[in-house]
Structure formats: structure tokens, C-alpha cells
Design a protein around this ligand. Structure first.
Ligand SMILES: [Zn+2]
Length: 227
């Protein structure tokens, strides 16, 4: 390609995989990715994308008009945390973040300091709950003996992962989602302990453990970027 390939100013990235059989298109905020089998010629890929140009542009526009995560870490702000709402209060002289019932007490600081501080606090505090949820999900799926370590993830654009050793990671930002959504991601990854793919068999496992999983999956697609 001589010219950059872009729609509404967003570059189209092509990712080829020899195992893929079909072409898949994914649109995320500021990102268009085309997943393609190894041998499909670029000309064909361009035709496929051109045919869906309007659909892609529409999605990008929708993302742009939605709010991205802009948390107010000042006094009086609120923060969702594992299904609860914490009220933020700045306390002069305080050195470390501390939770007191439904209040999150913050040391004085600019939003630039406080954001990362709250993130570190969240990552530390949500780990035991994540471990509990993943353990529960693995037990429900009869996969507990395959479960490795449960850890907190900070990956971009991935809510969770499960590796071949059975280690499961869930994103710390999920602590700001409704609890059912977090539980869905726990079940999603735990089901990968049994099926390392997204086959029909895999989704049947997920559905058995969590009959309304589609609702939670849709919530993440729609609101995930605001967390
Ligand atoms: Zn998966």
C-alpha cells in the first residue's frame, strides 16, 4: 500500500493469522482492525472494508460522541467499586488512601496525582475479590483443578485472559463495572480452562454457568471504554 489506509482519519490495521478462515472486522474507539486469513489478497480486503465503510464510520462517530472515563477525583466525587458507590473526600494531612465504610478518604493532591493513586489502591483492594469470583466460577464449571494463579491485569483493550498454565487475569477497571459484568468476565476466563477457544462448546459452558451472560457481554461492549 502506498497511501495510508484510513476511514474517518482512523488507520485500518490488518492482522493476518494462518489459522483464521474468515475475515473479521473490529471497530473500537480510534481503532479499526481487520482480522484476515494469511492468503486473502489485500485488494479483496479493501473491497470488504469499502463495502462496510458507512457502518465503520457510523461506529466511530458513536464512540466519539460518548463520554470516555473522566472521573472526578475531587471532593464530592463518587467512584463505583465492586458494586458499591464510594464517596470521595479529601482529608488534609492524610498520606495514604483509606476507605472508611462508603467513603474513600484521599490525601490532598492534583487530579494528576490522585488518579494513579486511586488506581493503585483499586488494584490492591480488588485482588481478593477477583480471586474469590474466579475460584467460584471455576468450581461451578468443575475446572478448579486446572486453575492456576489469579492476577490483576492492566492490559489495554483486554478485560481478561487465561493462559495455558491456567493463570487468569482480570482487568482492575472491571471493579468499576456492575458486579454481574465482573462475574461474567470471571466465568468467561474460567470456561477457557476447559475450552481454549470460542467454539460453540465453549459458549455452552459459559451459558450453563451464567444463563444471562449475553446481557453482561453487551454491557461491556457498550460501556467498557467509560470505566
Ligand atoms: Zn475468551
Amino acid at each position: 500500500m502506498t497511501e495510508p489506509w484510513a476511514i474517518s482519519g482512523v488507520t485500518v490495521r490488518v492482522r493476518r493469522s494462518p489459522r483464521r478462515r474468515t475475515v473479521g472486522l473490529q471497530v473500537r474507539p480510534g481503532e479499526i482492525t481487520l482480522y484476515a486469513p494469511a492468503r486473502v489478497p489485500l485488494v479483496t480486503l479493501r473491497q470488504i472494508v469499502d463495502a462496510r465503510r458507512e457502518w465503520i464510520a457510523h461506529h466511530l462517530e458513536q464512540y466519539a460522541s460518548r463520554p470516555v472515563s473522566t472521573w472526578n477525583f475531587g471532593d464530592g466525587g463518587t467512584l463505583p467499586f465492586l458494586g458499591e458507590t464510594l464517596h470521595l473526600r479529601t482529608v488534609p494531612g492524610l498520606r495514604f488512601i483509606r476507605r472508611e465504610n462508603s467513603e474513600l478518604l484521599l490525601p490532598p493532591g492534583t487530579p494528576e496525582d490522585t488518579g494513579p493513586r486511586v488506581e493503585r489502591w483499586t488494584r490492591r483492594m480488588c485482588l481478593p475479590i477477583y480471586q474469590q469470583l474466579v475460584n467460584g466460577a471455576a468450581a461451578r464449571l468443575n475446572a478448579i483443578e486446572k486453575l492456576g494463579r489469579v492476577q490483576i491485569s492492566t492490559a489495554q483493550y483486554r478485560w481478561g485472559s487465561c493462559n495455558a498454565q491456567g493463570d487468569i487475569r482480570l482487568h482492575w477497571k472491571l471493579s468499576r463495572a456492575p458486579l454481574e459484568v465482573l462475574e461474567y468476565v470471571a466465568v468467561h476466563e474460567a470456561a477457557h480452562l476447559l475450552e481454549f477457544n470460542h467454539s460453540r462448546r465453549y459458549w455452552a459452558l459459559v451459558e450453563r454457568a451464567l444463563p444471562d451472560y449475553r446481557e453482561q457481554r453487551d454491557w461491556l461492549k457498550e460501556h467498557g471504554h467509560t470505566l
